[in-house]
Write a protein that binds this ligand. Structure first.
Ligand code: ZN
Length: 117
C-alpha cells in the first residue's frame, strides 16, 4: 500500500490524488489546491496542540464551523454568502480548521463541499 507523500497516511487505492508529481491523500490534495504552499507538518502539530489545550478560533472560523455543524456539507460560495465573507477569507479560515482536524473538504461531483469531522 502506498502512503501519502505529504502526511504519510496510508492511501486507499480508490482515494489517491496526484498533485505536482506527488501522490497525496484527499486531505492533502485539497490542501494543496487551496493554498499552493507545501503543508507544514509543524503547523499541523501546533494546531492540534492548540485545540487540545484551548481552541483558539477567530470569529469567522467559529461561524464557519457552526454553520457546517448545523447545515453542512456546504460549498464555498454558499458558506461565503451565508456568512457575508469573501472566498479568500473563507479559504484562510478553513485551512486553519482543517489543520485542527475539526472540518474537512470533500469532492461531490464537480464541486468541493465542506463539512465537520
Ligand atoms: Zn496526506
Amino acid at each position: 500500500m502506498k502512503n501519502c507523500e505529504n502526511c504519510g497516511s496510508p492511501l486507499d487505492p480508490d482515494d489517491i490524488y496526484v498533485h505536482a508529481g506527488k501522490v497525496l491523500c484527499e486531505d492533502c490534495f485539497l490542501d494543496q489546491k487551496m493554498k499552493p504552499v507545501t503543508c507544514d507538518p509543524w503547523a499541523v502539530y501546533s494546531a492540534k496542540r492548540t485545540i487540545g489545550a484551548a481552541p483558539q478560533l477567530t470569529e469567522s472560523q467559529f461561524r464557519i464551523l457552526n454553520l457546517l455543524k448545523t447545515e453542512g456539507p456546504l460549498d464555498a460560495s454558499t458558506i461565503c454568502s451565508r456568512l457575508g465573507i469573501g472566498e479568500l477569507e473563507f479559504q484562510n479560515c478553513f485551512a486553519t480548521l482543517r489543520h485542527m482536524e475539526v472540518a474537512r473538504g470533500f469532492r461531490d461531483g464537480e464541486k468541493i463541499r465542506y463539512t465537520v469531522f
